[in-house]
Design a protein. Structure first.
Length: 175
């Protein structure tokens, strides 16, 4: 297995609009810009989408807390429950960033990155305790091939996403 640093992947995305490490053979949109500079990634944004391994969320948010933009919407795509605390991802976001639930949304669904990037028809749910934020999140992510429904049941949506990953990993170990 060939190991590449994050900078190698960033350069590949920015120069060739590909990510052969994760999505071999798939062309990425030219509008995608990758960076390893978290401060520049946080600059002048209207929303921050969290898409990282669930068990690393707490450590990353603690590292970013001082530079994390205030008042910005946080959208979690993480599926899981924190080991040890059993907290959901939105609970960790709210705890560490000290933001109200009206500022947090999730995007979840039984879809895979490859399906989305290949523009295959998929569905997802944008959930927030604020219906207005759920609607805005759905509008932000909706595309002709990506249908986004809304919900105010953040707990149910997060736990369903976490359960889906457990069921999926069990299926793969029994094959």
């Amino acid at each position: 297995m060939l190991f590449r640093s994050n900078q190698v992947v960033v350069d590949e995305i920015n120069q060739h609009h590909t990510n052969n490490r994760s999505l071999a053979g798939v062309a990425l949109a030219e509008s995608i810009i990758a960076t390893t500079d978290i401060e520049s990634a946080f600059a002048e944004v209207g929303a921050i989408v969290l898409a990282l391994p669930a068990q690393s969320l707490r450590a990353n948010l603690n590292k970013w807390r001082e530079i994390f933009p205030k008042g910005v919407v946080v959208i979690s795509t993480l599926k899981g429950v924190e080991l040890g605390t059993h907290l959901r991802m939105t609970e960790i976001v709210q705890e560490i960033l000290e933001i109200p639930h009206e500022q947090v949304a999730i995007l979840t669904g039984p879809n895979l990155a490859r399906e989305v990037i290949l523009r295959q028809p998929v569905g997802a749910v944008a959930a927030s305790e604020s219906q207005a934020l759920a609607d805005a999140t759905a509008e932000l992510f909706s595309a002709p091939y990506f249908r986004v429904y809304t919900s105010t049941d953040v707990i149910g949506c997060e736990l369903a996403g976490a359960a889906k990953n457990v069921i999926r990993s069990e299926e793969h170990t029994s094959e």
